[in-house]
Design a protein around this ligand. Structure first.
Ligand code: MN
Length: 392
């Protein structure tokens, strides 16, 4: 079967496409059904990623090193993994920690009520940072999947936030002490696996980061599915993170609204939202990893997993090409120009000053005339649809 994508949609290292070990390695287990695919060794996953043309691989500590591994086993596994990445020309841009799988985290990790659990979570994260640093990762993601509740009877929510802050501050100091140079990227999700998770959206985290001891070291890792689960416009959250200088990483996948966490192939459910997202990332020149945190349908075998991975990258590159076409379209550009300019006078007011505020306060506005200006957004959107569907 032909695997290399054709021509302009072929993934290249400069596209910075990455996948987690847990994504292409996903074995299709869900709450109602068992594994459908056999396990792959990390080295086999790296070889598969190389075959489909990916650039990077990311990992949780326990995707590679079992939670009960001895120090010698840990060293051997990390060494062998580094060697297979090198052999396959795959980099490790991001590492993270599993603070959700083991039963010890059933009440959360950094926010758990038991101080012993909170201490263990910090220790485990520091060990995971060691692994990431050894593999050359420069981004460390924290997703607090169990940092939440089924009942708010269990703790005061502001206490949980304080505990989370203490933990992130501690890890920033560890990062400095070890000179790892990690950028920490916090990943939000509104629910699942907990009934409610603290820090439900990227916006929540952007507010939280400003309260940290080292806010410059900490940003966000927004995920398409997580914001769609909350019913939000993902691109808007990404734009706010970008504008704040906090878009340290991104998790691309797809998700139908109002469902369980689906982790679908990028662009497979909401093509238009995916288009605006790709257009935004490309327009602003985001140069971080494009990480696909998704997995293949449970119906697939490992050939199908390759189809899934290839499809994520291919759809991104198709949408990138559509975005360029959109930006170069003369009619679209003339509409944008027309809706943004004021034909009669300079509407720009600039920063406040006594002088310009006096001038603004004394100005007369013709509301009726202004309100008559055409805003042809129907046409603009149809032109977008024409481009996306390939008829223009
Ligand atoms: Mn994710």
């Amino acid at each position: 079967m032909k695997r290399k994508a054709d021509g302009q949609y072929a993934p290249k290292p400069e596209h910075k496409f990455s996948f987690g070990l847990w994504t292409v390695g996903n074995r299709g287990r869900d709450p109602f059904g068992d594994f459908v695919r056999p396990p792959l060794k990390p080295a086999e996953i790296v070889a598969m990623l190389s075959e489909v043309g990916a650039w990077g691989v990311n990992l949780h500590d326990n995707d590679l090193v079992p939670i009960d591994a001895t120090p010698a086993e840990r060293d051997r596994l990390v060494r062998e993994f580094a060697a297979s990445c090198k052999k396959n020309g795959i980099v490790v841009p991001m590492a993270t920690v599993s603070l959700f799988f083991d039963p010890v985290f059933r009440d959360g990790a950094f926010t758990a009520n038991d101080p012993e659990v909170r201490a263990y979570a910090l220790q485990k994260t520091m060990h995971a940072m060691d692994i990431g640093a050894e593999l050359g990762a420069k981004i460390f993601v924290l997703w607090g999947g169990r940092e939440g509740v089924e009942t708010d009877a269990c703790r005061r929510a502001d206490v949980a936030i304080k505990r989370l802050r203490d933990a992130v501050n501690y890890l920033c100091e560890y990062n400095l002490d070890r000179r790892y140079g990690f950028k920490l990227a916090l990943e939000a999700k509104p629910n699942e696996p907990r009934a409610d998770i603290y820090m439900a959206t990227t916006g929540h985290y952007l507010g939280f980061i400003a309260t940290l001891d080292h806010p410059e070291m900490v940003g966000v890792n927004p995920e398409v599915a997580h914001e769609h689960m909350a019913g939000l416009n993902f691109m808007h959250g990404v734009a706010q993170a970008w504008e704040a200088g906090k878009l340290f990483h991104i998790d691309l996948n797809d998700q139908m609204p109002g469902r369980y966490d689906q982790d679908l192939r990028f662009g497979s459910a909401n093509l238009k939202s995916a288009f605006w997202l790709v257009k935004f990332l490309e327009d602003v020149g985001y140069d971080g990893p494009r990480h696909f945190d998704a997995h293949a349908y449970r119906t697939e075998d490992y050939e199908g997993v390759k189809d899934f991975a290839t499809g994520c990258m291919r759809t991104y590159l198709i949408l990138k090409e559509k975005a360029q076409r959109w930006n170069e379209d003369a009619e679209i550009q003339s509409i944008l120009e027309a809706v943004s300019t004021d034909p009669d006078q300079d509407g720009e007011i600039g920063r406040f000053s006594k002088k310009n505020s006096a001038s603004l306060l004394s100005r007369t506005f013709d509301r009726e005339q202004i309100a008559q200006k055409r805003l042809p957004y129907e046409r603009l959107d149809q032109l977008t649809i024409d481009i996306l569907t390939g008829v223009k």
